[in-house]
Design a protein around this ligand. Structure first.
Ligand SMILES: C[S@@+](CC[C@H](N)C(=O)[O-])C[C@H]1O[C@@H](n2cnc3c(N)ncnc32)[C@H](O)[C@@H]1O
Ligand SMILES: [Zn+2]
Length: 315
């Protein structure tokens, strides 16, 4: 199968697919929102558990993912919506629904986006430095690298990439961009590698943290995630479930704190005998500890290693 954006096959191994479908407690006639459609793996699993009157709303920012789904999944129970999951409320309404029975977020980039060199996400494959999930607009990674002030770049590399050598890397980038803009993934990966000590290579490719950080900044991956989760939970019917897979600690922290704030919203001082603030729990957390993928799955898919799945139920 090929897709509209390139000749590349749209392959994506769906992380913790059984745990997600079981965790969503799928009802045959329910309405489910896959907020991160990607290669449709999870969506196909959900569809396989639905009866004739069930529906899935598949959301993705990436036009390639939507085009692929349109070509690959001929199923009238699937409604496609190209856009940001931050607008889940609008997506659900425009697809003709009020409330939903389950919502899934499988955060981050798809393997298609990483493996498709021309999208510019990979530090191993040379391509223009792009990294936009939504290629219809917005700033690219090259724009950020060539125009952001040093302090802002450093904060991004440190906070989003937890990069120890961010100062050295930025100094090198700034020297270079004064002569000529950094335009490709290979140029940036080389500058980063040159700025880091040789022993650092033992911890994986020296560019991996900065590339992750840039990707998060380009796509605004952390901004608004907590709000999107809250909106999704508001759309759930009582007993409906939300499942979220996060791939790094920054994302997972947002999921965890958002769930906690909705499960225990009471703001009364601890020594009050009864709650007087009146804030009632909206959810019950099903996964007290995040679920991780099995050894068997980790052997098949390296991406699963860092996955953390959290599930909650609307009260
Ligand atoms: C990890 S992949 C999902 C893979 C999918 N679960 C599967 O089984 O094939 C994440 C997808 O979410 C999309 N995405 C990331 N952030 C998004 C956002 N804010 N709104 C909508 N889609 C987003 C990406 O474009 C990507 O296709
Ligand atoms: Zn209270």
């Amino acid at each position: 199968m090929s897709n509209a954006g390139s000749d590349m096959e749209f392959v994506h191994y769906s992380v913790m697919a059984d745990e997600v479908t079981n965790g969503l407690n799928i009802k045959e006639d329910g309405v489910y929102v896959d907020c991160t459609l990607g290669g449709c793996g999870h969506t196909k699993r959900i569809l396989s558990r639905l009866g004739k009157s069930g529906s899935v709303i598949g959301i993705d920012l990436d036009g390639d993912a939507i085009a692929n789904a349109r070509a690959a999944v001929k199923d009238e129970r699937l409604k496609l919506w190209k856009g940001n999951y931050k607008d889940i409320r609008e997506a659900v309404r425009e697809c003709g629904f009020g409330y939903v029975n389950g919502v899934l977020f499988d955060l981050g980039v798809s393997s298609y986006q990483i493996d498709n060199a021309e999208r510019g996400f990979s530090y191993i494959k040379d391509a223009p430095l792009d990294m936009r999930m939504d290629q219809s607009g917005g700033i690219t990674a090259a724009d950020i690298i060539n125009t952001y002030p040093a302090e802002k770049l450093e904060r991004i590399f440190r906070e989003y990439g937890e990069e120890r050598f961010s100062r050295k890397i930025i100094a090198r980038v700034i020297d270079r961009r004064q002569i000529k803009p950094v335009e490709t993934t290979a140029e940036l990966a080389k500058l980063i590698t040159e700025a880091c000590p040789g022993y650092y290579r033992k911890e994986g490719h020296p560019a991996k943290r900065c590339f992750q950080a840039l990707r998060i900044e380009v796509n605004g991956e952390l901004e608004g995630l907590g709000t999107a989760l809250k909106e999704a939970i508001e759309l759930l019917v009582p007993g409906g479930r939300i499942a979220v897979i996060a791939f790094h600690s920054l994302e997972d922290r947002i999921v965890k704190t958002t769930f906690h704030s909705l499960e225990s919203p009471c703001t009364c001082p601890k020594d009050f005998p009864v709650c007087v603030c009146g804030k009632k729990p909206a959810i019950k957390i099903i996964t007290k500890k995040a679920l991780v993928s099995s050894d068997e799955e980790n052997e098949k898919n390296s991406r699963s290693h860092s996955a953390k799945l959290r599930i909650a139920e609307k009260l």
